[in-house]
Ligand binder design. Structure first.
Ligand code: COA
Length: 357
């Protein structure tokens, strides 16, 4: 995982909008969130998380075959953030694309990468959830600015002989709720103009109550369906790692599922809602805290704009040892030098051959 160092507390927010620490904590469970520095972006956080994940998996970036970045706050409309991460890693063999399913994106990406490995199309994949939501927030809008934070998390998936990894996945959507959580302008429907900027249409707009009602319903349904798909029962699940949006949403879903709070990872008090990054960040912390062990059966479950929702049941198999030792700092320098050389060669190529075209 990778999170910015800058912490924004509820008390600081209370000086910016009409809110207070007690309201935010009691209605959401959030105490503070991380905010990216000016020089941090979705791609830079994604790269940092990816390097950490590759170090744990002991996998050289040159061996990665697929990079999926799930994000709602891409570096640009295009190219894909995943391509910028590919360049920053020097992942010479990798196909790279972004996946947009809002906060459910990490679960979708996990499923897509697993299927690519299971069909034999690739033998490994890097799945990243990365966000700089602070850049899409209207800091005058108390409905949204209290909820979100920045960060990234990454998983390395590899083909293996043992029966582990993803057992089942549920992916669902309902576009009739598209307007409930939306950044209205900046895309094909409403291109950027002075008006869209003045009306604040490039910021996130949310109907919090409707999203709340939807979230509690689908978290329960998706978990039940994914567990059934894995031919398991709720009592077989060792740990639930939900999307970290609101503590009340998680508590209601757990109560409906009859799962005790102790079997659930909640860290939104320190990070807020980091969208696609929330599940991998919570997973990293569960490992660090000794709450996630090899062979544990885990449910990842989430929901988000779209509307989208989904769940996955996995057997956690931990890191696979591989041949090559990798050092993140060395990889960074190597990838940077490689990128500069490639850009230089492209210029030379254009100088020599450009006039003949
Ligand atoms: N600080 C203080 N008061 C606030 C406030 C804030 N930040 N935001 C709203 N209020 C006020 C409202 O104006 C309202 O006042 P009123 O009763 O005088 O009209 C009151 O608090 C209750 O508002 P309501 O919108 O009903 O609060 P809520 O309990 O539904 O909580 C959310 C609001 C946004 C925290 C909650 O609806 C939520 O978490 N929704 C899901 C959002 C989400 O997860 N989005 C991401 C999806 S991936």
């Amino acid at each position: 995982m990778a999170v910015p160092e800058r912490v924004l507390t509820n008390e600081e927010l209370a000086q910016m909008v009409d809110t207070n620490d007690e309201w935010i904590r009691s209605r959401t469970g959030i105490r503070e969130r991380r905010i990216a520095e000016d020089d941090q972006t979705t791609a830079s956080l994604a790269t940092e998380a990816a390097l950490n994940a590759l170090a744990v998996a002991n996998l050289n970036p040159m061996e990665i075959e697929l990079i999926i970045v799930a994000t709602s706050t891409p570096e640009h409309l295009f190219p894909a953030t995943a391509c910028i991460v590919q360049d920053s890693l020097g992942a010479v063999k990798a196909g790279a694309f972004d996946l947009l399913a809002a906060c459910t994106g990490f679960i979708y990406a996990l499923n897509m990468a697993t299927q690519a490995i299971r069909t034999g199309s690739v033998s490994n994949a890097l799945v990243i959830g990365s966000e700089t939501l602070s850049r899409l927030i209207n800091w005058q809008d108390r409905d949204t600015c209290i909820l979100f934070g920045d960060g990234a998390g990454a998983f390395v998936l590899q083909a293996g002989e043992e029966k582990a990894g993803l057992l089942s996945a549920v992916m669902r959507s309902d576009g009739s709720g598209a307007d409930l959580l939306i950044v209205p302008a900046g895309g094909s429907a409403l291109s950027p103009s002075i008006d869209t900027i003045q009306e604040g249409l490039h910021y996130m707009d949310m109907n919090g109550r409707e999203v709340f009602r939807f979230a509690t319903r689908v978290m329960t349904q998706a978990t039940e369906n994914a567990v059934k798909g894995a031919k398991l029962e709720i009592k077989d699940i060792d740990l639930v790692i939900p999307h970290q949006a609101n503590r009340r949403i998680i508590e209601i879903a757990l109560r409906n599922l009859d799962i005790p709070l102790e079997r659930c990872v909640i860290n939104l008090d320190r990070y807020g809602n980091t969208s696609t990054a929330s599940i991998p960040i919570a997973t990293c912390e569960a490992i660090e805290d000794g709450r996630l062990h090899p062979n544990d059966k885990v449910v990842f479950v989430g929901f988000g704009a779209g509307l989208t929702w989904g769940a996955a049941v996995v057997v956690w198999s931990g890191a696979f040892p591989t041949r090559i030792k990798m050092v993140p700092g060395v990889i960074r320098v190597y990838a940077r030098v490689r990128s500069v050389i490639l850009r230089f060669l492209r210029r030379i190529d254009a100088l020599i051959w450009g006039r003949y075209q």
